[in-house]
Design a protein around this ligand. Sequence first.
Ligand code: BG6
Length: 485
Amino acid sequence: MAKAFDMVLFGGGGDLSLRKLIPALYRAFIEGGLDKGTRIFPVCRRQEDADAYMNTAQQALKTHLRDGEYSDKQWKAFSPLLRAVSLDISKPDEQWDVLVDLLGNDVERTRLFYLAIPPAVFGPCCENLSVKGLIHENSRVVVEKPLGYNAKTSDEINSKIAEYFREESIFRIDHYLGKETVQNLLALRFSNVLFEHLWDAKTIDQIQISINETVGLEGRAGFYDDTGAMRDMVQNHLLQLLCLIAMESPNSMSARNIRSEKIKVLEALRPLTDDDVDENIVRGQYVAGGLGEELVPGYLEELKAPNSTTETFVAIRAHIDNWRWTGVPFYLRTGKRMEKRCAEIVIQYKNVSHSVYQPEAGEVLPNRLVIRLQPEESIKLVLMAKKMDSLTMELQPVELNLSLSETYDSFKSDAYKRLMLDAAANNSALFIHRDEVAAAWAWVDPIMDRWRETNNQPQLYRAGTWGPQASNQLLAENGHHWFNP
Ligand code: BG6
């Protein structure tokens, strides 16, 4: 259990706090992961919101926790940890003094400043924390993506934060790294000799990493339209997953070792510029379609802006130019309003070098390792075997299936819970270093530049499908196809 700490939650009344952070803290508390002496100070701009906060937080828990997780009794035990304050982040006026008094001056006690606020106010917020003398040696700041709009703006934001906090005290969250199954990916790779030896271009034919969502804009129209799938999902979550799949074994699981291996992957990613962008990336936008029983509107109708060309889908064929991966295509895909919600990594092995069976035995299909990150977390290995109960030799694919969600009944993965507790315990292994953010933008920027320069128009796809047809063609050019769940 982390030692009792203080957390100041800027943007305490915002969507992220109410949907994810307060539920994660509640969950940590009822599971015994949060010391009773921990204090959480959600910050609201208006006094009325601070006054009503306990009610707001309770309602948020009822709405966003899983069935059966909320109880009045647990709320009664948890709620004394919360104490909302009201202040204007950008003005160091006397309202801040309430926070100063509440925090006191125990420099031994860990202090987390969680900036669940727009990056434009990170600077003033950190400055006022400093002016008010609130940053001490055990203070850390936790920030969320989007960290900027491109390499330049991201660097500006990072430089601003760095004026007040040392890099070791800055915890940049990519919530995908807090997912239980994503950590399991590392365990799978680095604790099994089987995969240690079968993880390179000699044995692997192609790798697919997909994060497919069925949701649309979810009330975030303004933000999403300025951002698009490339910045919202590829620059961070997808590239992080790619790093974990492709990186060399770190010497240890220390934050420094993991980070340096991840950066090497990002630096070895073959740059996509000019024509390469058009040839290797498909950009899409959904139009109205059927999602299950439901008919959902298209992106432009949802947005209520007929001319937007923002992408809600991206498919990329990427290559990593190093000894381990040369020649292996990495297909990355993400989209909103896709046919199914599913985040999955598929590793398709090469075929056996020589088939010893007669053609009547059937085709020998390549092995496939499928790591399902969500929902219904599982790890599946597709192998070839003999068809049982058959007198002739017939081959068929069979699955070794480790269904994590079925095996662990009480499996309640919560990335934010894990990451907040790690930040409190000063464990930065699952957080992103400034250099990683810069390396990811360095790869993404020329792609976005090309789209802007060529006035790229997204390819349309019907909601409830697997994206534009061009995304299938992209893989077909290499004789491949998407392994849709
Ligand atoms: C967020 C994106 O970072 O990740 C959202 O901003 C996206 O657009 C979300 O929906 C997906 O996260 P998860 O954990 O639901 O897969």
